[in-house]
Design a protein around this ligand. Structure first.
Ligand code: AMP
Ligand code: ZN
Ligand code: ZN
Length: 407
């Protein structure tokens, strides 16, 4: 009896050490998002820390967002490998047409409701493969379902100081081996906020870029201090770019459709319109006839590369503003100075102004390697390659378009 328990204890100890060894062998990846960091911000000679990272790792010319080039759709595309029509987060704000419920990023109970999210986030794929994950902010990381969020996560705090976010990640990376996360996300809104307010060519955006670059230096120092600099892979991405807009370049959709009955959704670079059945033909022909600085598409004739029609919450008609133009309603025209901003995104995703960055560094990445534009839906399969785990089979991304970045 005593001998048996002794054997059991030995077996337990052996299993424990085996699982710790497996955990130790798993790679480490930190995925950092700089919201609205346009591809060319890296070429302004004001990012010495990121330049050092690029010298030691890989850099893509740009990162192509999915349509629409908005924050939530794209963070979800990066983390699920799916186009917006498939992961379900089609805008920052939209309606469930079956019950009228609204999803919007400012409503934390909507943002945490799992019903909206149709894709599988990488943290779920990883956790299903016994990889511990963590998130210091990422859209979709706070779901009210513990099987669909990282082991460690934080409720979004827009004003939480940036260094505290990095310190939080450092604390996770110093947990005992058996509890330590191997995949972590980190998010900063700075370049998006300043890009909107001052535009992508302003002194203020350059200060914002420098602020984020300084944070990269802070992150690297902290990693050296805890001895993780050589074992951690870091991927810096952004969800989209930014382009200059101004209040003269507006299209008042309510003026075009005066007297007709329809529902309006979307936001300035795009609008979704659901005409009342009786008015469908009039709405469509009026929009078709006044396509000045915007295009109108039906769900059926939309460009295929938008991958933006196979979703019931997308309305029947889509209005796409030309780069730099804004689709507005009467109320916004009246309050124009209130809505005045110098930059925006959400435009056609082929437009280079909408492209973000991709920089990868660490033991799994090639060194000093440059590549052309990448698609952000390919990042999920890249992460699966790094961790040697099988991706969710329903993704739109493709490993073969990106895996050559790895050693
Ligand atoms: P937009 O420029 O409208 O596409 O959205 C950018 C804004 O999204 C940022 O300024 C943040 O306030 C917000 N945001 C980013 N991540 C989150 C999150 N995880 N939860 C709630 N809001 C977020
Ligand atoms: Zn964004
Ligand atoms: Zn933005």
């Amino acid at each position: 009896m005593k001998l048996l328990s002794y054997r059991k204890l030995l077996l337990f100890v052996a299993l424990f050490f085996a699982s710790v060894t497996i955990a130790q062998k798993q790679p480490y990846v930190l995925l950092v998002s700089f919201d609205g960091f346009r591809w060319d911000y890296l070429n302004r000679n004001i990012t010495p820390n990121l330049e050092e990272v690029i010298t030691n790792g890989v850099r893509a010319s740009s990162l192509r967002p999915v349509y629409p080039s908005k924050t939530f759709p794209n963070h979800l595309s990066i983390i699920t490998g799916m186009h917006a029509e498939n992961h379900g987060i089609i805008f920052n704000k939209f309606e469930d047409i079956s019950d009228g419920e609204i999803y919007q990023l400012s409503d934390s109970s909507a943002v945490r409701n799992p019903k909206w999210y149709k894709g599988e986030a990488f943290w779920t794929t990883a956790e299903n493969n016994n990889i511990t994950t963590a998130s210091f902010f990422w859209p979709g990381s706070e779901l009210n379902d513990k099987n669909r969020r990282p082991t460690y996560y934080k409720k979004y705090g827009h004003n939480l100081p940036y260094r505290e976010r990095i310190d939080g990640v450092m604390n996770w990376l110093q947990l005992p081996q058996s509890e330590r996360p191997h995949f972590i996300t980190l998010y900063f809104h700075d370049t998006d906020s300043y890009g909107h307010e001052f535009g992508p060519n302003s002194p203020e955006i350059n200060q914002s870029i420098q602020r984020l670059d300084t944070l990269v230096g802070y992150l690297n120092n902290k990693l050296s201090k805890i001895g993780m600099k050589d074992s951690l892979n870091i991927v810096f991405v952004s969800d989209h770019g930014m382009t200059e807009i101004n209040s003269d370049r507006t299209i008042n959709v309510e003026k075009i459709l005066a007297g007709l009955d329809y529902k309006l959704g979307g936001s300035r670079p795009l609008a979704m319109i659901e005409p009342n059945t009786n008015d469908y033909d009039s709405v469509y022909s009026r929009l078709k006839g006044s396509q000045d600085h915007f295009k109108v598409y039906t769900k059926e004739n939309m460009p295929e590369y938008y991958f933006f029609n196979k979703n019931e919450n997308i309305y029947s008609l889509l209005l796409v503003a030309d780069l730099g133009w804004s689709i507005v309603d009467d109320k916004q025209i009246l309050n124009m100075s209130k809505y005045d901003s110098k930059g925006n995104h959400g435009f056609e995703n082929n437009n280079i102004d909408m492209h973000g960055i991709f920089v990868g560094v660490g033991p799994n990445f090639k060194e000093g390697f440059k590549t052309g534009s990448l698609w952000n839906i390919d990042i999920y399969p890249l992460l699966c390659k790094i961790f040697s785990i099988a991706p969710n089979p329903n993704i739109d991304g493709k490993a073969e378009r990106i895996e050559y970045l790895l050693k």
